[in-house]
Design a protein around this ligand. Structure first.
Ligand code: PLP
Length: 381
């Protein structure tokens, strides 16, 4: 049995062994992929092989995959695409900060679409807002994530796509958290652009992709060389991309494990309820990623829980790990209308392919102790 229980897969997934080996080999491919000689061609071939695998994870065509330095850059590239004067941008209130930053859109031409108390975007508001701007001659650019990183709540992307396309707009969807956890099919989703990140699916950090629907174009953020079909300049991160490809292939094959992960999550939540009947599990009543549980107990402080759990050998995060280090109310929980005293106790437990029932037991044992202490002496929490 492992000495520690890593339950923070939404922050990052452990590097898969096969990925590490493939990266090690790819580091020997020293040729510049843009070079025409043999060494260059070998590096190019490795990239193109990986491109096919990444495209396969989301049902896209390889030529529509643009490799980037990660999910953040993929989001920025998507949002840089249509920042011209004729466009108005709409973002759900629970998007990742890299989307909420707005790319090339100005604050005045950006509208935030609220979510319900379950953290799902309110499509009636989106439709109403689009109607308003459509009359003003704007074209809408909408960004709606496939699933939220903090609560796991799955967003109605296909329904949103129908509304957006009805208004002659474009829809970008951040699929960074959903990829490898639920099946994603670009066509079925209806999105025009999808963001992916390798490290969330067992690949290396610092690699991602923006995947386009055929015929959709982007305005490059990085200009210079002609790499990535002139859509992202810069010599490619060959080894990272190779690792991303292997991780995508493994993630696609491992989708069959989603139900087993969901059963572990169910056991965890049942255990939490037994320990703390007043616990609130966020987005519980809507469709969620099978691996994610965002739990809060009135009076608890997430920071105390995260530290206490860490000391007990369990890794989880408080709200979003992307922004951890700064302890402030998560914008996601605030957008869901959670009172600050409830939101401050929220921890995110996220499972993955390496999670076992021992990990759940270890979590429940440690969490139970911390909650008992809180109930006995509320100030200590
Ligand atoms: N989008 C979502 C939903 C995320 O959860 C994250 C990271 O946590 C990102 C984007 C950023 O991805 P990266 O870490 O590859 O920049």
């Amino acid at each position: 049995m492992n000495q520690r229980s890593y339950l923070d897969y939404n922050a990052t997934a452990p590097l898969r062994l096969e990925v590490r080996e493939a990266i090690g080999e790819a580091l020997h491919l020293y040729g510049n992929p843009s070079s025409v000689h043999e060494e260059g061609r070998a590096a190019r071939a490795a990239i193109e092989k990986a491109r096919v695998k990444v495209a396969g994870l989301v049902g896209a065509s390889p030529e529509d995959v643009i490799f980037t330095s990660g999910g953040t850059e993929a989001n920025a590239l998507a949002l840089a695409a249509q920042g011209g004067q004729a466009w108005h941008c709409y973002l759900s209130a629970v998007e990742h900060p890299s989307v909420l930053a707005g790319g090339r859109f100005y604050r005045e031409t950006t509208t935030i679409i609220p979510v319900t108390k379950d953290g799902v975007v309110d499509l009636t508001v989106l439709a109403r807002e689009l109607e308003k701007h459509h009359l003003g001659g704007w074209r809408p650019f909408v960004s709606l994530m496939v699933a939220n990183n903090e609560t796991g709540a799955i967003q109605p992307v296909a329904e949103a796509a129908a509304i957006v396309h009805g208004a002659h707009g474009l829809l970008h969807s951040d699929a960074v958290q959903a990829a490898g956890k639920v099946r994603i099919d670009l066509d079925g989703l209806g999105a025009d652009m999808l963001s992916l990140s390798a490290h969330k699916i067992g690949g290396p950090k610092g690699v991602g992709a923006l995947v386009l629907k055929p015929g959709v174009s982007v305005e490059p953020l990085l200009k210079g060389g002609g790499q990535e079909r002139r859509r992202r300049a810069g010599t490619e991160n060959v080894a990272g991309i190779v690792g991303f490809g292997i991780a995508a292939e493994l993630a696609a094959a491992d989708l069959v494990k989603a139900d087993a992960i969901g059963a572990l999550r169910e056991a965890l939540e049942k255990g939490v309820r037994a320990l703390a009947p007043d616990a609130v599990i966020l987005s519980e009543s809507v469709e969620r990623l099978p691996n994610t549980s965002c739990i809060t107990v009135p009076g608890a402080k997430a920071e105390t829980l995260v530290i206490g759990l860490d000391l007990a050998g369990v890794s989880v995060s408080a709200g979003s790990a992307c922004s951890s280090g700064k302890v402030e109310a998560s914008h996601v929980l605030s957008a869901m209308g959670l009172a600050p005293d409830i939101a401050q106790g929220a921890i995110r437990v996220s499972l993955g392919i390496g999670t076992t029932s021992h990990d759940i037991e270890r979590f429940l044992g440690a969490y139970g102790e911390l909650i008992k202490r809180l109930k006995q002496s509320p100030k200590a929490a």
